[in-house]
Ligand binder design. Structure first.
Ligand SMILES: [Zn+2]
Length: 239
């Protein structure tokens, strides 16, 4: 898949203008922790240099819990995008220290492939109300779901979309799962599986920062002539 194709995919989505981010050209001290950051603070989970009301605010139909590997570099993680864009429905927990002790009652699903992973069309919408997503490199993610006593026993859900997925070969960071894309596709598929209306871009703004960074990196590569990194990301979502 070429960069132009990816631009096409992102361009067709209903993503709000990122003009507010274009105005920021320098790092700024986070008002909470004083660290020098750009666009947002990874530690305090807040925007920096603009007001939260100036970016999209999404409502998610099921709570989103992100389990973030504590040794993962914050700067590579796209999980924080969900926290900033859907703050009322997103919680980030550090692995392994703060993994919640989810009961195994089927009401919490883990987004991860596996032989026993089901697709949403095989799951009753009323049977669950929380989605857990692991955030880290592919190897970290595999270890987390395998060795965590809590995560390893959660029922798994995976996305079986038929469409061409731009994220499989092109990511912001080549060795990191594009967590926000997996989250986006889950909620998009959720709508398609359970909503009575057809999908009209309700969750596209989950890719608000993703699109901004993607375009910025593409522009940088055009300017410097450096090729875009392509690397297979692993079967986070199978199709
Ligand atoms: Zn901070």
């Amino acid at each position: 898949m070429s960069a132009a194709d990816t631009n096409d995919v992102l361009g067709r989505l209903a993503i709000s203008s990122t003009a507010i981010l274009d105005r920021i050209d320098t790092r700024l001290p986070c008002p909470s922790c004083k660290k020098s950051v750009m666009y947002f603070c990874y530690y305090c989970h807040r925007v920096v240099g603009y007001d939260p009301s100036e970016i999209p605010c999404l409502s998610l139909p099921v709570q989103l819990d992100i389990i973030k590997h504590s040794r993962e570099k914050d700067g590579k993680s796209t999980a924080i995008h969900a926290k900033l864009l859907a703050p009322a429905h997103t919680t980030i927990h550090a692995y392994p220290e703060h993994v919640p002790d989810y009961p195994v009652d089927g009401r919490t699903l883990l987004l991860f492939p596996g032989e026993d992973a089901r697709s949403l069309t095989d799951i009753d919408a009323a049977s669950f109300d929380r989605l857990v997503v692991v955030d880290g490199t592919w190897n970290q993610a595999k270890a987390m779901v395998r060795y965590s006593p809590v995560l390893s026993r959660l029922p798994r859900v995976m996305i079986r979309t038929e469409q061409t997925l731009f994220w499989r070969f092109q990511n912001l960071a080549s060795d990191h799962l594009a967590t926000i894309e997996a989250i986006y596709y889950f909620y998009r598929e959720y709508h398609k599986a359970y909503a009575t209306s057809s999908y009209a871009g309700e969750y596209d703004n989950l890719l608000y920062y993703f699109k901004f960074f993607y375009n910025r990196i593409q522009n940088e590569y055009r300017r410097t002539g450096k090729p875009f990194t392509r690397r297979y990301q692993g079967d986070y979502i199978k199709y």
